[in-house]
Structures are given as structure tokens and as C-alpha cells.
Design a protein around this ligand. Sequence first.
Ligand code: IMP
Ligand code: MG
Length: 182
Amino acid sequence: MSELKPYDDNQLKVIVTQEQIEEKIIELGKKISEDYAGQELVMIGVLRGSTYFLIDLTRKMNIPFAIDFISISQYSEQASSTGVVRITKDLDVSISDKQVLIVEDIVDTGLSLGYLLRNLKTRNPAGLKVCTLLNVEARRIVEVPVDYKGFDIPNIFVVGYGLDYNEKYRNLQLIAELKRPK
Ligand code: IMP
Ligand code: MG
């Protein structure tokens, strides 16, 4: 879906173009391939937003790796502000003694990533790093390491390239701000 046509009353405004995403993914794929050459790497996609990014990123890599997915959900608005989240789909592979790269769509408050990092660390990976397509520094509540980053964006609500609004707009080939009608 490359056409920027809202499904509803919301307005869409391009923030990152398809070309910018493609260029950045080539750059990240090259960097990750260099950094992890000769190591046993597991790429972990955080469902569901990171799927488009993860798949395209791996296509630009030229080293072997394993892929797995994890899904987490917040208990409630209140609980999410304390970083209490629940794993709704766990990994299928062991990450013990492996190099792990978590692939995220967006790091916003950092609460879900903070939880994920704490949880995965207990499984004794050889290394644990983070790659995110989007980073919203202005929204950070907990400090989390971001080792590979696509784009820094301001505090706006975005959709596309995996990111959704009520499950819509994931298949946009670019990142757009979703503006609610005034
Ligand atoms: P956190 O606030 O860093 O814990 O982000 C939690 C999750 O909320 C992210 O992984 C996304 O799935 C989702 N999210 C945060 N900001 C946005 C946004 O602007 N659009 C769509 N989803 C978002
Ligand atoms: Mg997410």
C-alpha cells in the first residue's frame, strides 16, 4: 500500500519516505553483518509491529542468523506506566550463549523494551543488543540502550511500515504521522 489515503477521518502526513527507509535498511544490514560476522546471532522480532522491518532488514544481511519472535502485552494503562508487561508468546529457541539482537519498531517510553531486556538477560545470552526503526527520545521514561537506530522522530503518533492504529496502516510503505481530526 503506497497510496497515502486514510481509511477514516484521520489525516496522514509523511514523516519518513519509502526511499529513506530503504536506504537506512541497507546501511543497518551492512553494519549488523559486519558487527556479528563469525558469531552465532539470533534476531528477535517483537510482535507485531517489527515484522516488516525485521524481514526487510535480514534481506540486507550477508551473515547467517536465526529468527525468532516474542510478543508482549501491557496489563493496563496503569500497569504499563510501571513497566509491568506480560509475555503472550515466548521464544521457541534458546538464546543461552548466543548473540541476541532485539528488533523493535519503535522505542517510545522504553518500558516494554526495558522489561524485555531484563527478562532476556536472565536467559544468559552471550550478548544482548537492540535495533529499532524509530526512536522517540522525548517520551523516554526508562533508560534503555539503543545500539542500532533507523530514525529519531518527535513525540507524535506514527503508523506504517509495521506500526498500526487499531491494526490499520501497517502495510503503508512509509512512516506517516496520524493526525486525529480537530
Ligand atoms: P514503549 O512506550 O517504548 O514501551 O512502546 C511500546 C509499544 O507501543 C511500541 O513497541 C509500539 O508497538 C507501540 N507504539 C509506541 N508509539 C507508537 C506510535 O507512535 N505508533 C504506533 N505504535 C506505537
Ligand atoms: Mg511494539
